[in-house]
Design a binder for this molecule. Sequence first.
Ligand code: HEM
Length: 377
Amino acid sequence: MTAAAKRASLKRRKIGVGAFLACLVLVLVTVLLSARGPDLMPTAIAQEQGQVPGGSLGSSSDADFWRAIRDGNAGNVSGPDAQAGVMIQSEGDLWRAMRNGPLSTYGVWVLVGMVALLALFFLLRGRIKIEGGASGHRLIRFNGFERAVHWLTASTFIVLAVTGLNLLYGKYFMPSLVGPEIFGWLTYYGKVGHNYLAFGFMIGICLMFVIWLADNIPTHHDLIWVLKGGGLLVKGVHPPSKKFNAGQKVIFWLVIVSGVSLSLSGLALLFPFKFPPMFAGTFALINDWFGTTLPTVLTPIQEQQYAQLWHAIVGVVMTAVILGHIYIGTIGMEGAFDAMGEGDVDYNWAREHHNLWVRDLEEKGREALAARSGGDD
Ligand code: HEM
């Protein structure tokens, strides 16, 4: 490698590490500040003080009157649009309590847990180095199209994750951090961005599925890889791996399955009441399989509320998983970022982490050479 190429590669690596650290700090600040949520929750304060938004009477309003509407007509008024006729939906309170309660709280723990785990892993294991040192000999790992698909999926996912987390947690700390006007502006445009970028993400996961499916079919090598802990915990252990190891295959399938699930629930939120119900049928199946008693008759608005809860759960879990992926692709492993940054990797890196892939490449190379020399004769 020339000195200029080395400098450029070092610079790119520094940018990668810097970007990862910035994301890590952002997530940490987000989750830690959101732990102060209940103090800052405007609705909780409003309810305590008997005020509700819109200048209505709050807790001093006529409770008997509203109770009569809810109990008498199951919260509905008649009209041409039955959906618009829902005046009081009691289950909505349960949804609100779930969203602002367990969902938000466990979401913080999942994200903080992942950041803590990665920090601990880094402290104990340090950066996984190329044990044989850089050989200077490079192997093409991903072509331009593969990298474009990866970065389309990655960049849209990162914006979706940040703007999505802002919708869940932003209200707890952003107004005091940047002021309510800027928070309102960021949230409004963040939501618009979230709605549109979702399509880029959907295209990305569809293309990813097509280009990398063949390399992500589980094989018996994956079992050995898992039994040896991927060689991640002990230096000098390099379990067998083809193009993708078992850990990467898990990431791939998680991205595809949770990506599809995020997309479906997201589309249901983007186009309310336009999709056939998804949750009543799913709950019926779960009840059949596991003997649970989830509700199987849901109103359209309940379907929307379950779509929101599910979308947020999958989004938070996927963000945590992707934090682990970003860690290993940047500061966690020497030489890994090059694969997606420049498209090629060091020969020694490839031999240590993907020995069977290198063997296959070498065999193909030998066959090509043999074919060429056979042709020349
Ligand atoms: C800054 C963010 C990211 C970085 C630095 C990064 C880095 C990488 C690298 C270096 C590889 C190649 C690994 C190898 O050569 O074996 C890779 C593969 C991959 N990336 Fe990313 N990635 C990022 C974000 C994402 C996101 C957001 C997604 C999906 C939502 C994603 C999905 C994948 C998948 C499915 C693969 C192939 C399987 C695997 O290696 O796990 N990446 N990424």
